[in-house]
Ligand binder design. Sequence first.
Ligand SMILES: Nc1ncnc2c1ncn2[C@@H]1O[C@H](COP(=O)(O)OP(=O)(O)OP(=O)(O)O)[C@@H](O)[C@H]1O
Length: 290
Amino acid sequence: MNLVSPTNMSVLINGASGTGKEYVAQRIHKLSRRAKQPFIAIDCGAIPKELAASEFFGHVKGSFTGALTDKTGAFVAANGGTIFLDEIGNLSYEVQIQLLRALQERKIRPVGSNKEIQVDVRLVSATNENLEQAIEKGTFREDLYHRINEFTLRMPQLKDRREDILLFANFFLDQANRELDKHLIGFDEKASKALLEYQWPGNLRQMKNIVRRATLLAQDKLITLNELSELKSPVAPSAAGMPLRNEETEKQQIIEALKQTGYNKSRAAQLLGIDRKTLYNKLKLYGIEL
Ligand SMILES: Nc1ncnc2c1ncn2[C@@H]1O[C@H](COP(=O)(O)OP(=O)(O)OP(=O)(O)O)[C@@H](O)[C@H]1O
């Protein structure tokens, strides 16, 4: 990351939900010569497909129903700086073509306008999909893939960074101490062991939330297992106290959580201690259809 940050190269960050993709994108921006210019983040998974072009390139008043005023798009807003496209695999084929053109020609045209605007933006994108597979399936353009992927960063899952788990837990504890005006000093032995053994399906985001809640609940100087009940298997009572062993266990836990919540995905995600987006990704991963 230190090597690529100061350059103007397009970076593709690949990793599961909550592994820190946006955090890294911001670091790349801060370590670049563009640091004082804007950093504009867009979640391509959250914008309706038909509004994506207007979100990126802006539009002129009256160019489509609902375009009541002129709108500045993200490319113009980020001019001189960095644009971060999260979940880039979600863009429609049509918008992918427009995006490629904007990147190649360094010019954009707002929807409904015939004037082109020169832009200078550095692109950092993120995905938790395998875009090479998407290319094979024909849902992602290969030419765009090469353009956005001059350099790839792969974010490991938290469970595969065992040596970093306690470092992150203590970092989030310090953060929560400051935020909540608490003065905890660490985790007791059983709590540390549980942190190390847990599978962290929601990665760093899940850990940050769990540690923050534990910090709030803790009565003493150290966080104990009592405050980390999520780590003792959030769902299946038969597996209480056992860490998730493998993907099959995780799949079973997800199915169990869905059953327990009457197939309400938001509540199931809550019960599992992961965010909804992570749950959606896992449903896809394990081929669970509702
Ligand atoms: N290296 C890090 N140091 C401290 N905090 C971090 C680090 N990486 C990530 N975080 C924190 O973890 C949380 C999740 O990170 P982030 O939002 O970057 O993940 P993400 O991979 O972009 O997630 P998603 O795919 O769901 O959008 C954030 O609150 C972020 O501040």
